[in-house]
Design a protein around this ligand. Structure first.
Ligand code: IFM
Length: 690
């Protein structure tokens, strides 16, 4: 694999073991449509999949809904004198796949020698438009290198990969374009995918459409002359016939990517590899966000794979929103509007659990109703309960936190007054109904799961309590802004004063939850090097009885509320918890990077920066096949901007406390602060914001 400045290339790419991982890493998207980058002619090892951000389906026997795999618009088959070109059975002279990050284009170069010695040069470009929410395109260029012969290209939309249990094929009869028309089986929602191609060559050719249950294809047949290039341009679109020309669409898409790079790019001087890692992350962040929001959000694996079934987690608010708030606030607003639009679902969750206000779903879909499974089946067949849906309640105050951070950075009063306030109040009401006042006169939150999911049903998880307290805090501030004085505000004030925190003022250390210190200490070094998470090595039960932490928990809130803690206090907690963290989640290393950088432990920070930024490229967790870990892309951006550049912000301004890694000479990026774009330059001597 080669990663150059603004592209990533996978050479000789047909490896059975890595194929599905490559499809994720090289995926395309625009926040509304997402497509895995599969080999267009399809092999059994491939897992081609496309998703639409809000197209969730649920059957009568399903516990929850999930993003459905839609038909594959990328399918192309090439026949030379009726022989299908196939890189598994014929000689592959060259086959490489890349994504040109700068323009959001997937590029495949394939030179194939068939059994008769005929060499065909093929180039395929694919894109999902960043300028047009419903648009996709593919360009095929074919050149017979050493022969003249008959070529047939079948290009279109394949239904074989779609989930027929959930989609009904309406069997359209199209005449001069390809069209797949489907309906969701249980909700009657329509889906149409069109494709119209143009074949520029003057040569006489045959064109026909083939429609069947398995798909809709345009076919081109012609006599191809030795050494001549033939191009077929295909415009695809959702729910409407593509009207524009291929060139116009393609140009708009490329122009939009150029604009978004301008707004989002981080420049690192001094280390080319690190620059490339950050570009990789930025590419996926931009493609995840553009048309996301309002009716859909960004799933944990973006729209690039089936893991987590397209469900949306706290990952979006805590790991992706910082990037959007500071580089493209309108996308951040749309993503928060998704939470506003699912507030009724969150209210229903609270009622279902016997609480008040709004309880956001730990795993959210289009309705906001809880979509976390209640059980999972382990590889050994054991069925275990999944408690996160009922107990990982920090998602609600996490959303309130992000609403407030969005308001701090943008000053968007309209959003706060008309939408944000309601979310903040409703989540505060939920927290109030969950919390209990105990005999010690303090407020406690019992039986929760914090970010560290190795320890379930714990009391007074420090992260949850801190975020809940902040939820009341921002609710009180919002009420003050809106001139609301009422009894509930008084109650919330009392809770913020008297909520249990787990802090030992003498040592500066937070206990992750009550009783954590009594658990068995495990020296994680003894298990290194390891390729599997600690809960797999020790077993779930045993892990829960140890101090091994799955991911940043105390360190997570110290990151979120950075400006409030002294460096010494942060360092005390880092030294304690870093030793105990097994990084069983991809969300963990980036937060360790930021905390280490902020406390001046640059070598640790750099090590964690690499660990995080290589999660997908290096398949560090072994599960990239399930889709890109989009939170780790957000974590890479945060590591540079909030870690090494040391950006902090509050309502009245932003500031930097940089700690650059040894090899980095400078960092440049831009942020939007209260509607104005600021260019930031940081090196060892200066911090310049213009
Ligand atoms: O949200 C995360 C969670 O913190 C750890 N398990 C995976 C989820 C989705 O990324």
């Amino acid at each position: 694999m080669g990663i150059s400045d603004l592209s990533i290339t996978i050479e000789k790419s047909f490896s059975h073991l890595r194929e599905r991982e490559i499809e994720s890493i090289l995926s395309l998207g625009n926040g509304y449509i997402g497509t895995r980058n599969s080999l267009e002619e399809f092999y059994p090892d491939c897992n081609p999949a496309s998703f639409i951000g809000n197209m969730y389906v649920q059957g009568p026997d399903d516990e929850f809904n999930f993003l459905v795999k839609i038909p594959d618009w990328t399918r192309i088959k090439i026949y030379v004198d009726d022989e299908l070109l196939n890189l598994r059975t014929q000689e592959v002279i060259e086959n490489s796949r890349s994504v040109n990050f700068a323009e959001g284009i997937a590029v495949r170069e394939w030179k194939n020698k068939d059994k008769h010695g005929r060499i065909t040069n093929i180039k395929i470009l694919k894109y999902i438009s960043l300028a047009n929410k419903n648009g996709m395109g593919k360009l095929l260029v074919i050149k017979p290198e050493n022969y003249t012969g008959n070529i047939r290209v079948t290009t279109g939309i394949d239904c074989g990969v779609a989930e027929f249990g959930y989609l009904l094929n309406m069997n359209s009869e199209s005449r001069n374009f390809a069209l797949v028309h489907m309906k969701t089986k249980y909700s009657d929602r329509e889906l149409k995918i069109f494709q119209k191609s143009t074949f520029e060559a003057k040569d006489v050719h045959i064109y026909y459409i083939e429609n069947s249950y398995n798909g809709s294809y345009e076919n081109f047949e012609w006599r191809a002359e030795l050494g001549k290039c033939y191009a077929i341009e295909s415009l695809c679109s959702l729910n409407g016939h593509p009207m524009d020309s291929f060139d116009k669409n393609f140009d708009q898409h490329k122009a939009k990517w150029a604009e978004r790079w301008q707004e989002s790019r981080i420049l690192i001087k001094g280390n080319v590899y690190d620059q490339r890692l950050v570009n990789f992350a930025t590419y996926h962040l931009v493609n995840s966000g553009e048309f996301s929001g309002n009716s859909c959000s960004i799933p944990a694996r973006n729209l690039s794979g089936e893991s987590y079934m397209g469900h949306v987690f706290w990952d979006t608010e805590m790991y992706l929103l910082p990037f959007f708030i500071l580089t493209k606030p309108e996308i951040a607003r749309a993503l928060l509007m998704y939470r506003y639009n699912t507030l009724n679902g969150a209210r229903q969750n609270a009622i279902n659990e016997g609480y008040k206000g709004a309880s956001y779903a730990w795993e959210s879909t289009d309705t906001g109703l809880e979509a976390a499974p209640s059980v999972a089946i382990l590889p050994n067949g054991e069925v275990i309960p999944i408690l996160s849906g009922k107990h990982e309640i920090h998602i609600s105050p996490d959303i309130a936190y992000t609403v407030w951070k969005y308001w701090e950075a943008t000053g968007d009063e309209d959003f706060l007054v008309n939408y944000g306030a309601e979310m903040i109040f409703e989540t505060a009401r939920y927290c109030e109904s969950y919390i209990t006042k105990e005999d010690d006169g303090l407020y406690h939150i019992n039986k929760v799961i914090g970010p560290d999911e190795y320890h379930e049903l714990v009391d007074d998880n420090a992260y949850t309590n801190y975020l809940v307290r902040n939820n009341f805090d921002v609710a009180i501030k919002t009420k003050e802004k809106l001139n609301i004085k009422d009894e509930e505000t008084e109650r919330w004030k009392e809770i913020t004063d008297k909520i249990y925190s787990g802090l030992n003022p003498k040592t500066g250390l937070y206990e992750q939850f009550k009783g954590y210190y009594n658990l068995e200490y495990i020296d994680l070094n003894e298990y290194e090097p390891r390729t599997v998470p600690m809960d797999v090595i020790l077993g779930r039960e045993k892990t829960s009885k140890t101090q091994v932490v799955k991911q940043a928990d105390v360190l997570m809130f110290m990151f979120l509320f950075g400006g409030r803690f002294s460096k010494e206090d942060v360092a005390i907690n880092y030294d304690f918890y870093e030793k105990r963290c097994g990084h069983g989640s991809s969300l963990s290393p980036s937060i360790h990077c930021i905390i280490a950088a902020r406390t001046g432990k640059i070598q640790d920070a750099y090590r964690y920066f690499l660990k995080n930024a290589q999660i997908d490229i290096g398949n560090e967790f072994g599960n990239a096949a399930g889709g890109v870990h989009i939170a780790s892309a957000g974590g890479a951006w945060m590591s540079v901007v909030m870690g090494f550049a040391g950006l902090y912000y509050a309502e009245d301004g932003f500031w930097f406390d940089p700690h650059l890694p040894e090899e980095w000479e400078s960092i440049e990026f831009s942020i939007v602060w209260k509607g104005e774009r600021k260019d930031i330059y940081i090196d060892r001597e200066s911090i310049i914001a213009t």
